[in-house]
Design a protein around this ligand. Structure first.
Ligand SMILES: [Zn+2]
Length: 226
């Protein structure tokens, strides 16, 4: 058995037997892994401050394929998540997104493409572009899970104007007359298309739009998972 080192993010942590922590760690190479950090809550623990929600770090441990939970040997903090806590609504939405990740991705199932976008999202938040970063991630998260949004420029009926409905059963847009699916903010199509395929730098997303678009993605996801 040899010690290995992996980088990743802490998605969840919970206290275990007074002084220890159990946490869920999202890695690129091996997906989500469960760890126990023994004595992590003791005053002199070497893990103190390292195992916070969404901290980005290296973990060192002995890997065996068939283990359910790994014992943490050592850590090396890469980036603390302090920057996230400064924005309460961002923090809340991130917490919700993380719970969706944990709900939809089973442990040890590899999703490097989701991991990469997750990392990009956190960098965006750090750089003060929280709204765009979260929406960008949410779009790809849905897509990689098999629920993409197809930017069809025509409704099934042939109409190419007023595509203000999103059909959650297949991710396509429909027009004001057909009304298939959920009614959207009129700018959703244009803004999200610009965010994903266009010049996202010139796109401005205010708080209202963010809340609105986030909710559309969330409804699309919950349509399929609940
Ligand atoms: Zn139509």
């Amino acid at each position: 058995m040899s010690k290995i080192k992996l980088e990743g993010f802490i998605l969840y942590k919970t206290k275990f037997q007074n002084t220890s922590l159990i946490f869920d760690f999202f890695t690129r190479e091996k997906g989500r892994l469960s760890f126990i950090a023994k004595g992590a809550l003791r005053e002199k623990s070497k893990f103190l401050g390292e195992l916070e929600f969404l901290n980005y770090l290296h973990v060192f441990f002995y890997y065996r394929e068939n283990k359910g939970i790994y014992t943490l040997a050592d850590t090396e903090l890469i980036k603390s998540s302090e920057y996230i806590i400064k924005e309460p609504d961002v923090f809340f939405k991130l917490g919700e997104l993380v719970s969706f990740i944990r709900k939809t991705i089973p442990q040890k199932e590899k999703h490097p493409e989701i991991y990469d976008k997750f990392k990009i999202m956190l960098r965006g938040i750090r750089n003060g572009k929280s709204y765009k970063a979260i929406l960008y991630f949410f779009y790809f998260f849905l897509k990689f899970l098999g629920w993409k949004i197809s930017f069809n420029n025509q409704c099934q009926c042939g109409n190419s104007a007023n595509l203000n409905y999103l059909d959650y059963s297949n991710g396509s847009f429909s027009c004001n007359k057909c009304k298939k699916g959920f009614e959207l903010n009129r700018n959703f199509y244009k803004d999200i298309e610009m965010l994903i395929f266009g010049n996202a730098k010139n796109l401005f997303i205010d708080k209202n739009k963010f809340m609105d678009y986030y909710l559309i993605f969330k409804k699309y996801l919950t349509y399929h998972i609940s």
